[in-house]
Design a protein around this ligand. Structure first.
Ligand code: PBG
Length: 330
């Protein structure tokens, strides 16, 4: 008994008293099957190129991408999300390389699909920004605005060529109004009823995308604030969720993850389909950079960031650490 009689009457520390006790009472457990690896494949290189602002992440050649996919299978993760980086000379105003059946992304989809078969979900970013010379996620009007409905036609075409190339899942990430319905319809019309749509439902205009823009050699000047959401707003994510569900989304995603855990929790509460979160390039870069300087302990920081995302409600997590973390969890 303590000097205070029976005080404290309750001792929550008992449940934290040993590693095995903490393990037993843990409410959130990361599992390799939760994880999806985003990966970049670049057209004009013969060796992989490390991305300066994302140490440990590479622009792959077609060959090294196949290897990364095989490693992802061995590690037991669920999917790989592919981003294509075309030759600079192939970028144009319409993002033609994004719908070319022999464009880099389509080649990579075929490569990876033949490497992994159905042992890993092959996913593709469905967006024009990697392929346009102006760097926007859509096509532009004569006066330079992003033309929503003309862009939808390009997305419909992209959905078909990506599915033809072997994508199990397409991820429309351009935040155009109506994109999920148009993509679903294009897939159904072309015999791809079984290809799933992972909707970027709540995608915020974020400074944390910075390193990604280096990763894909983006030509963007200006910003995406007329189509990506404003960090100040939560309600519109629920509106976007309702729209995406009504248009046929099979899974919905919140992005970025770390700075938007409140949004993730709200979307997870309201969604009746699986919820994903994308831990983006800047979230990766911050932890790696701080760790390189010895300012934080990298491995526990990585796990803590992912546990927080899962605890907030994500069932599926896209993270550049997917393979590494899955091996450790293994
Ligand atoms: C758009 C897209 C972006 C990311 C994924 N898909 C960039 C953007 O919207 O600017 C960012 C991913 C990351 O930062 O890790 N194609």
């Amino acid at each position: 008994m303590s000097a205070y009689g029976t005080f404290p009457g309750s001792r929550p520390r008992r449940l934290r008293s040993s590693a095995v006790m903490r393990r037993m009472v843990a409410e959130t457990r990361l599992h390799p099957a939760d994880l999806v690896l985003p990966a970049f494949v670049r057209e004009d290189i013969s060796e992989p190129v490390e991305i300066g602002s994302m140490p440990g992440v590479y622009q792959h050649t077609r060959d090294t991408l196949r290897k990364a996919a095989a490693e992802a299978v061995a590690a037991g993760i669920s999917g790989i999300m592919l981003f294509g980086v075309p030759e600079e000379a192939k970028k144009d105003a319409l993002g033609t390389a994004g719908t070319d059946p022999d464009g880099i992304l389509q080649q990579a989809l075929r490569d990876v699909r033949s490497e992994v078969g159905d042992d890993l979900l092959v996913m593709s970013d469905l967006c024009l920004d990697e392929f346009t010379d102006h760097g926007h996620c859509g096509v532009l009007t004569a006066d330079g605005r992003v033309d929503n409905d003309a862009t939808l036609e390009r997305y419909a075409e992209m959905a078909q060529v990506q599915a033809d190339a072997g994508a199990h899942v397409v991820g429309p990430s351009g935040m155009m109004d109506g994109q999920i319905g148009v993509v679903r319809d294009a897939l159904d019309r072309t015999g791809h009823e079984d290809v799933a749509v992972l909707a970027y439902t709540a995608k915020y205009s974020s400074a944390f995308y910075g390193p990604f823009r280096e990763a894909v050699g983006s030509s963007l000047k200006g910003d995406r604030k007329t189509y990506q959401q404003d960090a100040a707003n939560a309600r519109e994510s629920l509106r976007e969720l309702a729209l995406d569900l009504s248009e046929g989304a099979d899974m919905v995603m919140v992005k970025p993850a770390g700075p938007y855990l409140d949004i993730l929790a709200k979307v997870a509460e309201a969604s009746d389909v699986p919820v994903a979160a994308y831990q983006i390039s800047g979230e990766y870069a911050m932890i790696e950079a701080a760790a390189q300087r010895g300012w934080i302990d990298r491995d526990p920081a990585v796990l803590e960031s992912l546990t927080g995302i899962k605890r907030a409600g994500a069932q599926i997590i896209l993270t550049y650490w997917a393979t590494e973390v899955a091996r450790k969890l293994g």
